[in-house]
Design a protein around this ligand. Structure first.
Ligand code: IMP
Length: 198
């Protein structure tokens, strides 16, 4: 089964391929599917943005399209950066490192370090059906970055019950506890039910 991932984020693609391939799903990125679209993520929730991205791709191809909208929500910052995680700091932040350094500056002197990663997966089928699943990974913001793995805010996030940052884990360890791994596990169960009903 070929599914299209409504994204060109190679890190997300690799994580999602690792989790979905045992199901016989071949996941193609937007560019591998010949799509060049830039959907405006103007929703105010992960659910809205995930749906916008999946629909944007599904309008153009005759295959199920999956979108992941995800981000980091920090309690002491009122849930920021949240749906703005990829754009945190605007033009002044050009890399993942710039963004997590800004986050650490904004958290200087803050004792409540609680945060969570959130991921919402939406799959839209060409007949208009859709499947939505959400995964969360609670944890805390570290005082300084640690590790080289993963992407985004992984070096400054320590998942609950772990001694290491998310960036100090290998891909399999991260997938087993991450927001994306959890959302995709639920997605896989819903997908099996969906095809069983057909
Ligand atoms: P999106 O492409 O709009 O969903 O942006 C998601 C953003 O949230 C990414 O650019 C990262 O900054 C952050 N993010 C999402 N998932 C992860 C993760 O697994 N690790 C670290 N950062 C993440």
């Amino acid at each position: 089964m070929i599914f299209i991932l409504a994204s060109n984020n190679s890190k997300k693609l690799a994580e999602m391929r690792g989790i979905l391939s045992p199901l016989g799903i071949e996941l193609l990125s937007q560019s591998e599917a010949g799509l060049s679209i830039e959907v405006e993520e103007n929703g105010s929730t992960f659910e809205e943005n995930s749906r916008l991205k999946a629909l944007g791709a599904c309008d153009l191809v005759n295959a199920p399209c999956i979108a992941d909208d995800s981000g980091l929500c920090v309690d002491a910052l009122g849930g920021a950066p949240g749906v703005y995680s990829a754009r945190y700091g605007g033009e002044s932040c050009r890399s993942d490192k710039d963004r997590y350094e800004l986050l650490l500056r904004n958290m200087e002197g803050v004792t409540d370090r609680r945060a969570k990663f959130v991921c919402v997966i939406t799959c839209v089928f060409p007949n208009g059906d859709s499947i939505v699943s959400r995964g969360e990974c609670p944890g805390e913001i570290l005082a300084a970055p640690r590790g080289e793995g993963g992407f985004g805010y992984d070096p400054v996030f320590r998942p609950e019950g772990e001694t290491r940052s998310m960036a100090e884990m290998d891909a399999g360890e991260k997938n087993a506890i991450s927001h994306r791994g959890r959302a995709l596990e639920k997605f896989k169960a819903k997908l099996r039910e969906y095809y069983a009903d057909k």
